[in-house]
Design a protein around this ligand. Sequence first.
Ligand SMILES: NC(=O)c1ccc[n+]([C@@H]2O[C@H](COP(=O)([O-])OP(=O)(O)OC[C@H]3O[C@@H](n4cnc5c(N)ncnc54)[C@H](O)[C@@H]3O)[C@@H](O)[C@H]2O)c1
Ligand SMILES: N[C@H](CO)Cc1c[nH]c[nH+]1
Ligand SMILES: [Zn+2]
Length: 456
Amino acid sequence: MTPKAAPVRLSTASAGFDAEFKARLHWSADADAAIEKVVADILADVHKRGDEAVLEYTRRYDGLGAAAVPELELTQADFKEAFDSLPSAQRDALQAAADRVRSYHEAQKKASGESWSYRDVDGTLLGQKVTPLDRVGIYVPGGKAAYPSSLLMNAIPAHVAGVGEIIMVVPTPVKGSVATGGSGGQSSTKGERNVLVLAAAYVAGVTRAFTIGGAQAVAALAYGTATIPAVDKITGPGNAYVAAAKRRVFGTVGIDMIAGPSEILVLADGTTPPDWVAMDLFSQAEHDELAQSILLCPDAAYIDRVQAEIDRLLPGMPRAEIIAASLNGRGALIHTKSMEEACEISNRIAPEHLEVSSSEPQRWEPLLRHAGAIFLGAFTSESLGDYCAGPNHVLPTSGTARFSSPLGVYDFQKRSSLIEVSEAGAQVLGPIAVTLAEGEGLQAHAEAARMRLCRI
Ligand SMILES: NC(=O)c1ccc[n+]([C@@H]2O[C@H](COP(=O)([O-])OP(=O)(O)OC[C@H]3O[C@@H](n4cnc5c(N)ncnc54)[C@H](O)[C@@H]3O)[C@@H](O)[C@H]2O)c1
Ligand SMILES: N[C@H](CO)Cc1c[nH]c[nH+]1
Ligand SMILES: [Zn+2]
């Protein structure tokens, strides 16, 4: 029997609203002690024993047996074969999505990812040199579902940035292994390779790829092994083991972010068909029992209609159990006094995805300050952004949109300041530096500046 999904109903007019709202707001990324221990041990072991440890954990958690890590490497021929084997509709869709994601990120690079400089009147040059990372690792999740779209969202901006080598890791668990929800049964040499993921690697231009996952894959990328090259930065989403491992290797390598469960917030003025809104709430709820779907609306009768559509549509959903668990555990339908108040609450939540499901989206957009991605108007379903609109779908979650941004070309670049002081410029800057250096008691600094004075 299909479970019932009844997200909590809240009203900003009720006295207890603030407390109820806070209680279910953000997923806590607080360390789960058991996961932390497992991950710390895996990282230390891979650091010490390299390939041997990677093989052992891949057998234990993904049920995938191999005699040596090179057997776990996918080849360019595997990618091409997968691409060629796709039905033309899938091939075209993959290519179309990749083209749009590439165009968007090329525009992003043009707007904010180029070197720049200027000269003072005395000829001193100041600027910033932007360079791509040499080698990055992208984590493509593969435990419970396959994510070719996430592969495109990581590899394409890396490519556009000009990254030299893109090393992909993707688990290909054997059915019944721990990663697929089993208890880790028999090991086999045949994992579940997803054809669309391999084809996406072909379309996006991945350099090398290994069928490993979890903390052992993050460790291999961070520390390097005899077979797997160490990278400069690891990007991409993953489960709690992947997130804990990324947090721990930060410093040895860069990371993009720690992405928590998916979130969607729909800000509705009551003009969108309510079944569209119900399905949009489902679209993120179906990712994970811990995903969060919230509706904010000033029209109580409309909220009733959305709940009626939730009841009508849920039984037809293949992932109804997950959707119901997510909506019951973390969902909310919130009645606000006005759209203005709804915008204010949305800013407090700072959701990963924010849909402005309104006939006047441009009226509300200026009021919205914190969100990973903002989807304007009834036709802009969040799912279009997940696959093919163009912007990146790897976004800050759990309120971190207050201070961080979508994955982008800038995550695959770094910046160096450029300073070329002319002889005349040294006469202007020198006395300032001398005074400040002497104030700090740093004589060598002062002398270095002074030596360059008075030559003209
Ligand atoms: N934010 C985004 O853009 C985005 C996109 C796609 C997926 N996701 C999320 O990424 C996550 C993917 O999770 P997943 O599990 O399907 O795949 P995954 O690849 O992240 O994790 C699978 C790996 O976890 C490890 N593992 C599993 N159970 C373990 C255990 N008991 N002990 C030690 N290691 C263990 C295994 O090594 C396995 O290879 C989901 O939460 C999904 O919603 C997010
Ligand atoms: N919505 C997810 C990010 O929160 C990305 C995704 C991949 N496939 C479908 N959706
Ligand atoms: Zn999604």
